[in-house]
Design a protein around this ligand. Structure first.
Ligand code: NAP
Length: 251
């Protein structure tokens, strides 16, 4: 890679985000490992530094405007201007509509949509100045609708519209915006869903795999690979796309 880049990966203390952070570091980027609890980010930072990379643990609630501004300023100062951003932080608060509380709705909207908005707005200043940027937003196959996820599916569909608008607005500065819509990926999030529906994780994964054309569930590395492509220097003519990484086609 010609110019060293600084990447911000939100929600990267574990799960998909952690794997994306490690992958972008191995691609040569300095990586800000951002999550709610700064100490929880240290393991991923250590993985990256032990492998010869550069990383910084940053505690930040992505839905908190002041915290996001402070985090981005700190990252710019300590690692360099953030010109790569992966909006990955996410939560689920699943329930059927009639049982879903307003707090369940607001919490999910705030982390996914408000968080991606605040982070993207803060980082785009650095991208526009550098005349280079790569934004990747985590959507989901749930954007197509999923029982028990009125809040989450609305947020994940919203991420797709948000992505396409960023692609229109920021393209002239060589800033691309793309979305990855994962299917079933083995993380704490899907383990929590298995628990909610009263199934063991292995049984739950097997049931999901039986519906997936490639006959397996996904792993964080599957998403990290797609993120690596979208964040690469060579992907500058790919923008406003939604890539379903789900082991098969989606409408
Ligand atoms: P995960 O294992 O639950 O990890 C999510 C991470 O986000 C956690 O480290 C969490 O921190 C962090 N986070 C939550 N709220 C935050 C906030 N306000 N500010 C900063 N960080 C916050 O989830 P995952 O499965 O890796 O999912 C990552 C992304 O992919 C999410 O956007 C998710 O919706 C999406 N996705 C996942 C799947 C899947 O099958 N796993 C499928 C489609 C899409 P704490 O640990 O402190 O809570």
């Amino acid at each position: 890679m010609s110019t060293p880049r600084t990447a911000v990966v939100t929600g990267s203390a574990r799960g998909i985000g952690a794997e994306v952070a490690r992958r972008l570091a191995s691609d040569g980027m300095a990586v800000a490992v951002v999550d709610l609890d700064e100490s929880a980010c240290q393991g991923v930072v250590d993985d990256i530094t032990h492998a010869g990379g550069r990383a910084l643990a940053v505690g930040c609630d992505v839905s908190d405007e002041a915290a996001v501004a402070a985090a981005v300023e700190r990252i710019a100062g300590e690692l360099g201007p953030p010109t790569v951003l992966v909006n990955n932080a996410g939560i689920i608060r699943d329930n059927l509509l009639f049982k879903m509380t307003t707090d369940d709705w607001d919490a999910v909207m705030n982390v996914h949509l408000r968080g991606a908005f605040l982070m993207s707005r803060a980082c785009q200043a650095h991208m526009v100045e550098a005349k280079h940027g790569r934004i990747v937003n985590l959507s989901s196959t749930s954007a197509l609708g999923n029982r028990g996820q009125a809040n989450y599916s609305a947020a994940k569909a919203g991420m797709q519209g948000f992505t396409k608008t960023l692609a229109f607005e920021l393209g002239r500065y060589d800033v691309t915006a793309n979305a990855i819509a994962p299917g079933f990926i083995e993380t704490d999030m899907t383990a929590a869903t298995a628990e909610r529906v009263g199934m063991g994780f292995e049984e739950f994964k097997a049931a999901a795999a039986s519906q997936i054309p490639v006959a397996r569930t996904g792993r964080p590395e599957d998403i990290a690979h797609a993120a690596s492509f979208f964040c690469s220097e060579g992907a500058g003519f790919v923008s406003g796309q939604v890539l379903y990484v789900a082991g098969g086609p989606r409408d």
